[in-house]
Write a protein that binds this ligand. Structure first.
Ligand code: PLP
Length: 390
């Protein structure tokens, strides 16, 4: 692999070997459950060798999965990658790969909501102690306990966009012997190398920018040699492998990731600037803006901003919000983000360790790839309906 290449070039070359496949540009899709062995000896020894990476059965991987994993590990600057059935499954592999009964985990209070649920309803049942911390905490050292095994960051949070000081948090965690896991979905491997700021385990939802077309659900864990065996074991034992079609589509999505991200960034910033000037808006939450909590961490650590940001409106009656949202032409209302189409949803942050201070409406905006003028026209009409119904 040619590691010296720029990432724009790298994504067009990784994970494919055309001349091993009749010159066909893209790698084939392997659909497999059974994988045959030539001899009894091969069959009997199929789990030996490193014992963690064999192609023995569809659930443990196929040549397409391996090619994608190698591509994603390279892109994320990691030794290894594991692709999973969803981003949620990838985070669960990270948590269960490290934490055991009696251990303690520190989790940022702006964490992805479904992981908060996993911790509350599942992890706690297995005797893991969970403490949420203020994403803008100055020093996590006082929260570290003798049994703290992991510190979990998500920067910026995908609803409220606080950018943690991962470097400082990781330094304190490592001094204590704790593992640092980072959900890096917002920035992608292109705009933050989480390993470089102290992550031992990095997780991405491939559902978002990595695939980019709102047509699949898939996840990714990357890590160093040290943690790979245990994470790989948990992955296999959970059985959370991705489908062959998803693997192909994520590999395809990677080819255009830098190009798409550039546009998402540009449109996101332009929309955020537009929102900032509107009288309906109390505050914009965009990591690239000085007004965003943790902006200085974004500036220090990140190479760019993706297209997801928050908008806090002044107080409006619920019916006014409905009048606006129900008739948006380009901004769809639905979960997920990172696709080519713009989205906008209202949200209510869930907090247990820090206070959420805004009492107006919170919106999350996914800047898609449409022309900025059309998006602004849609928003202008939306705000007109908001005001008319207020
Ligand atoms: C969507 C998302 C996830 C979960 O990913 P899925 O692929 O939907 O399971 C995790 N973290 C963040 C920040 C996300 O936005």
């Amino acid at each position: 692999m040619m590691y010296f290449m720029k990432k724009e070039t790298l994504v067009t070359t990784i994970g494919r070997e055309p001349y091993k496949n009749s010159g066909v540009v893209n790698p084939p899709v392997y659909r497999a459950s059974t994988i045959l062995f030539h001899t009894l000896e091969e069959f009997e020894n199929c789990e030996s060798g490193d014992g963690i990476y064999p192609l023995v059965y569809g659930r443990s991987g196929t040549p397409s999965t391996r090619a994608l994993e190698e591509s994603l590990a390279t892109l994320d600057g990691a030794d290894h990658a594991i692709v999973t059935s969803s981003g949620q499954a990838a985070l669960v592999v990270g948590l269960m790969g490290i934490l055991s009964h009696g251990d303690h985990v520190l989790i940022t209070d702006n964490v992805y909501g479904s992981i908060r649920k996993f911790c509350k309803y599942e992890l706690a049942r297995f005797g893991v102690e969970i403490t949420f911390f203020d994403p803008m905490i100055d020093d996590i050292t006082p929260l570290l306990k003798a049994n703290t095994k992991m510190v979990y960051c998500e920067a910026p949070g995908s609803l409220t966009f606080e950018v943690q000081d991962i470097k400082k948090i990781a330094k304190a965690a490592h001094a204590h012997g704790a593992v640092v896991m980072v959900d890096n979905t917002w920035a992608t491997p292109l705009y933050l190398c989480a390993k470089d700021v102290g992550a031992d385990i990095t997780v991405h939802s491939c559902t978002k920018y990595l695939s980019g077309h709102s047509d699949l659900v898939m996840g990714l864990v990357t890590c160093s040699k040290k943690y790979f065996p245990q994470l790989r074991r948990v992955f296999r034992n959970l059985g959370s492998s991705p489908g062959s079609e998803e693997v192909y589509l994520v590999a395809r999505g990677l080819r255009t990731l830098p190009t798409r991200l550039k546009q998402h960034q540009e449109t996101g910033i332009a929309l955020a600037k537009w929102f900032e000037k509107r009288p309906e808006v109390a505050k914009v939450l965009h990591p690239a803006f000085a007004s965003c909590p943790g902006h200085e961490n974004w500036k220090r650590d990140f190479k760019g901003a993706s297209g997801l940001f928050g908008v806090l409106l002044k107080p409006y009656p619920h019916k006014a919000l409905a009048a606006m949202m129900d008739d948006m032409k380009l901004f769809g209302m639905g979960f997920s983000w990172g696709g080519y189409e713009s989205l906008m949803i209202p949200f209510v942050p869930e907090r247990t360790a820090s206070k959420w201070k805004h009492d107006g409406i919170c919106l999350r905006v996914n800047a898609g790839l449409e022309h900025i003028d059309d998006l602004i026209a849609d928003l202008e009409a939306g705000f007109k309906r908001l005001n008319a119904a207020a």
